[in-house]
Design a protein around this ligand. Structure first.
Ligand code: NAD
Length: 479
């Protein structure tokens, strides 16, 4: 199964035979295509909509663009403190939607160019893998064709989950798909689900003047985050008048003329113009597999794979949101690369899912890698923890964004000192851009002593990471 030539299609003589056939052109799929083509593989990429997938068209990119509009409004609103006399006369939502689309279009053009440049065959249509592992493409501009590959990667992605009682109607109830293109913002919104999507949308809408209530079923929002990080976000949300209700279920809603009334499980109600359902994403496998392929789909709808994304059917891989790994674009990229390396026989190390970077772009931003304090303790570690706040950081004060902290969790050595860095959790200004060195520290399994001597540029936000690590050596400068 492992191709030995760069182009076995030539060997088999078939125009429709590839080294690698990929179904789904999101980050996992196009990542595998670009990386595979860079390694000399002959690749076909099947996409029924536009290459770029959820991330580019209805996910990461548009969401972050709208969050930037929110940030711009916030900055202008605080301009007076800098001596700038500016007045906000309103937000032109259509302008920001146009700008969002311009960013998407530019990236889409760039991606299409990259695929073309690397001679990836992009087939427009719905891909279905048959029992004999051939892949049928239908219903799109490429017409009905069948292609074969030495390897097949299933990268069909995910769709927003919904919940009973909240059918998506595009008017009162939306998911991220619809929210990103709403013709206008509502005056009030209930966001069901306080995960990454829920918090990003809540933050964006609140900054743009929407009265927002987050309804989270679990005891805390951002349930995967360190408790200190979540509390900082909750405090910041409260300051901005975002209502956060945790431990609440929702049972349904009753639409009126211009608002709808959401029924909470505790018997109370909430009247809003819009309900945003952000309760996670479900793997998408509709029409992906004919009967008899041998590929296992789990009860939750994910494709079952081993730690190298192999499905158990020789030469068939699954990557990205369709498997039960963190639903993050960069995890999709990593899995795409892993698959290419595996099929080239390069014996790659599996993706270390417990240490991937996480970035959430609400205000304040959240970024983390590795174990939270609670998860480290649950995993049986004795830990030493250091926390430093941006209020003591020069750059943060210059920016006017003092809310937030860096928290480093290290394993406790037998002598009580701090050893290996197990996790780094950040909340505050631009932390999504500061996670890099923390990611390296955790994934290189560095100890506090390894990295404490590294010099941090001054004045920067990233000094706070250095300060927090240095404090774990028992000495520090400012902390
Ligand atoms: P999520 O799983 O991160 O969060 C969903 C939240 O909804 C959870 O906190 C859950 O407890 C809550 N919930 C579920 N059912 C509920 C109910 N009936 N009532 C109230 N609360 C309920 O999912 P998401 O935020 O929708 O994001 C989907 C995926 O996309 C995730 O895997 C996420 O990591 C990824 N994503 C990541 C980013 C980012 O990292 N910046 C941004 C967007 C999406």
């Amino acid at each position: 199964m492992v191709p030995t030539s760069a182009n076995p299609a030539a060997a088999t003589g078939g125009d429709d035979h590839y080294d690698l056939v990929i179904i789904g052109g999101g980050p996992a799929g196009y990542g595998a295509a670009l990386y595979g083509a860079a390694a000399g593989l002959h690749v076909a990429l099947i996409e029924k909509a536009k290459v770029g997938g959820t991330c580019l068209h209805v996910g990461c990119i548009p969401a972050k663009e709208l969050l930037e509009t929110a940030a711009m409004r916030r900055h202008v609103a605080s301009a007076a403190a800098f001596g700038i006399d500016a007045t906000i006369n309103g937000v032109s939502w259509s302008t920001t939607l146009d700008r969002k689309q311009t960013v998407i279009d530019q990236l889409y053009k760039g991606l299409s160019g990259l695929l073309k440049g690397r001679k990836v065959t992009v087939l427009d249509g719905h891909g279905t893998m048959a029992a004999d592992r051939s892949v049928r493409v239908s219903g799109g501009a490429s017409g009905d064709v069948t292609v074969t590959g030495d390897a097949v990667a299933l990268a069909s992605g995910s769709v927003p989950r919904t919940i009973p009682g909240f059918e998506v109607d595009g008017r009162f109830v939306v998911t991220s798909d619809e929210l990103l293109s709403l013709p206008e913002l509502p005056a009030s919104a209930a966001v069901i689900g306080g995960g990454a999507i829920g918090c990003e949308f809540a933050s964006m809408m609140a900054d743009l003047g929407v009265e927002v209530t987050v309804l989270e079923a679990l005891p805390k929002i951002l349930p995967g985050c360190d408790d200190d990080i979540t509390s900082t976000v909750v405090r910041a949300f409260k300051k901005r008048k975002i209502t956060v209700k945790t431990g609440v279920g929702v049972t349904g809603h009753t639409p009126g003329a211009s608002t709808t009334t959401v029924a909470l499980a505790d018997g109370s109600t909430l009247e809003v113009e819009l309900v945003v359902v952000a309760v996670g994403r479900a793997p998408y496998t509709d029409g992906l597999l004919d009967a008899g392929t041998g590929v296992t789909v789990t009860e939750r709808g994910h494709i079952a794979v081993d730690d190298r994304c192999r499905t158990g059917v020789a030469g068939v891989y699954a990557i990205g949101d369709v498997i039960a790994t963190p639903a993050l674009a960069h995890v999709g990229f990593a899995e795409g690369i892993l698959v290419v390396q595996d099929l080239l026989g390069e014996d790659p190390a599996p993706v270390d899912y417990g240490r991937v970077p996480w970035c959430i772009y609400c205000h304040p931003e959240v970024a983390f890698t590795g174990l939270s304090e609670q998860a480290a303790v649950e995993a049986g570690y004795e830990v030493v923890v250091s926390k430093h706040r941006y209020i003591g950081n020069g750059r943060a004060l210059i920016l006017g964004e003092p809310d937030g902290m860096v928290k480093v969790i290290a394993a406790k050595r037998p002598d009580g000192t701090a050893g290996q860095v197990l996790g780094v959790h950040m909340v505050g200004p631009w932390v999504t851009e500061q996670l890099g060195q923390a990611y390296l520290a955790v994934n290189w399994e560095a100890t506090v002593d390894d990295i404490a001597p590294f010099v941090q540029p001054h004045p920067t936000l990233s000094e706070l990471f250095g300060e927090t690590v240095m404090a774990l050596t028992g000495r520090g400068l400012h902390g």
